[in-house]
Write a protein that binds this ligand. Sequence first.
Ligand code: DNO
Length: 354
Amino acid sequence: MKMSFRWYGTGNDSVSLSDIKQIPGVEEIVWALHYKQPGEVWEVEEIQKVKDELDEYGFGMEVVESVNVHDDIKTAGPKRDLYIENYKETLRNLAKFGVKVVCYNFMPVFDWTRTDLFHPLPDGSTALYYEKDKIKQDPKEMAEYILKECKGYTMPGWEPERMAVLEELFEKYKDVDKETLWENLKYFLEALMPTCHETGIKMAIHPDDPPWDIFGLPRLLVDTESIDRFVSMVDDPYNCLTLCSGSLGSNPKNNVAEIVRKHADRIAFAHIRNVKHFPNGDFSEASHRDCDGDTGILDIIKAYHDAGFDGYIRPDHGRHIWGEKCRPGYGLYDRALGIMYILGAWDLLDKLSK
Ligand code: DNO
């Protein structure tokens, strides 16, 4: 496997490339042009700027997270084919820089959702938290709540520009039920596969987070059955998964290690995150240490190791520790600890298997 670290870019992240360079084992930076709107083409000159920065530190740029998918593609809106053509052009431009994996999601309207971005934990740190009762049925109310609670940070998909047109966005999805969303996803992927073969880029979908319907919007990739459906719906080695243990692991019924064993050949990118469940359905994000949560981190790492996984791995959200001021879930310290935990387990498995 190749260890990677997500970085939001100069001026857009409290973590610097020189900080990341000091974490043992990181080969790749998971990056994106965060200022780009869904549907826009990523131009060569823009990508070149990122490459120049990463080259200075000897980091690879093989994984992009994310090239976001325009709502017209998700809803079969009037400009879907135009935006698909733009997406293909972006893939061709990315391929010129050796990009191998593009992560994206097909969640309607929002990306991931939490009710508290800095929830205090008993050890004095804070973490992302989901309290069922705080999910407002009215998404507008929820957006206001999130904007108020999140100390100036936004969760992806909850940007003020999008919140300003929330009603319009909901209107677009009003006739999109789960089956229609599946069809639209299939249409998108079938259109992209020839470009993926031509460029050597794997499309790696991120599962829905949390893995259940919210605000009356359908969510597709939520459990083993839906993941089985996804991989067979477009049965192509370039149609892959970003297997996020924390997203799927938010539902205690999901056995993530089993999913890894079943679909290792279609996982291009692994997000490793631990989640602790409460009996009422609330959950808190936790440190990467296996016993701090319920996700089965060691089983998952073992499943990847047993499969000879040679894709990309990154620690996912960390807690906020040692007073660090950072994007929710994306600080330096706890993610660096996560890397050392994953590498510790991996190196031992390597040693034991020799
Ligand atoms: C959460 C992330 C997601 C992911 C997108 C992919 O921390 O893993 O926001 O980047 O869903 O498009």
